[in-house]
Design a protein. Sequence first.
Length: 319
Amino acid sequence: MRAETRSVSLKRDWRWNTPFRTLTLWTNIYPIIMSNLAKRVLVAIIAIPIIIYIAFKPYSLLGLTIIVALLAVHEFYGLLKAKGFVPQVTLGMILTACTVLTFAHFRLPVKPTTELLPFVLMIGVIAVLIAELVKGYPNPSVQVSVTLAGALYVGMGLGGLYGVHEYFYIRAAENSLLIDPKLITIQAGYFLVAMLASIWMCDSAAYFVGRSIGRHKIAERVSPNKTWEGGIAGLVAAVAAWIIARAYIGGLEEVSLSSAITMGLLVGTMGQVGDFAKSMFKRDAGVKDSSTLIPGHGGVLVRIDSILFVAPLTYMYLQ
């Protein structure tokens, strides 16, 4: 009789303990999630107003873009080192900064028609090859390849970001448009802010919806936490962000509805592909974050992963 009573008690405990165990687990991880979320929100509150302000200051924006590029490529090379590669960090960082500068040739003391990017790439490749000859490390073809890959991945991505801003100045100069420079600055700044805001809204929607109702994984091998539900929410948020920005921001009156929708689709798709690409690199290196430089965000490279895909494609779309 006692044995039967004990058996029934155990079964009852198992039935009732399952939800309580889930609740206990949630109680334990909730402070961690909220702590991380609080850090994300605090960083956003500080960083977003600064970025919006700098978006309307061409030279400050160029300086910030180069600084972010240097930090990001340094983190990228850190991932490569975790894999056992030996990238040429100093040369790679110089090539990255110079690549970004080629998109700012309108600001540099050169002829407006001068194409700097081919020169920078040719000199950069030659410099990396010569340096590898001097170093004499094993697997030189691999070391050269990873060095150039990092410089191009980050340099072209953030160079495209500044190129999007400069497009409005170059278009006015090429068409001999008599437009007040302040008006061009407003147009360029608002377009850049709208692009960045749509990326942030896409990321946020994908994150929260994916955590709340996400069930179907997109690519579990690369990023196990990302779901189709979150991805679709991010896409919708990006399109909505552009439509709202076009309707309510005065500096975007020239952006047609079709262009706004196209930009939203570009951000909502390729921005998330950029996120997966970053996750691929991190998983391959066996690390959780590229660095701890930004609290709650996991490094500079993590914060700009979407920009590295969206910005250069937007630059090409505007052309």
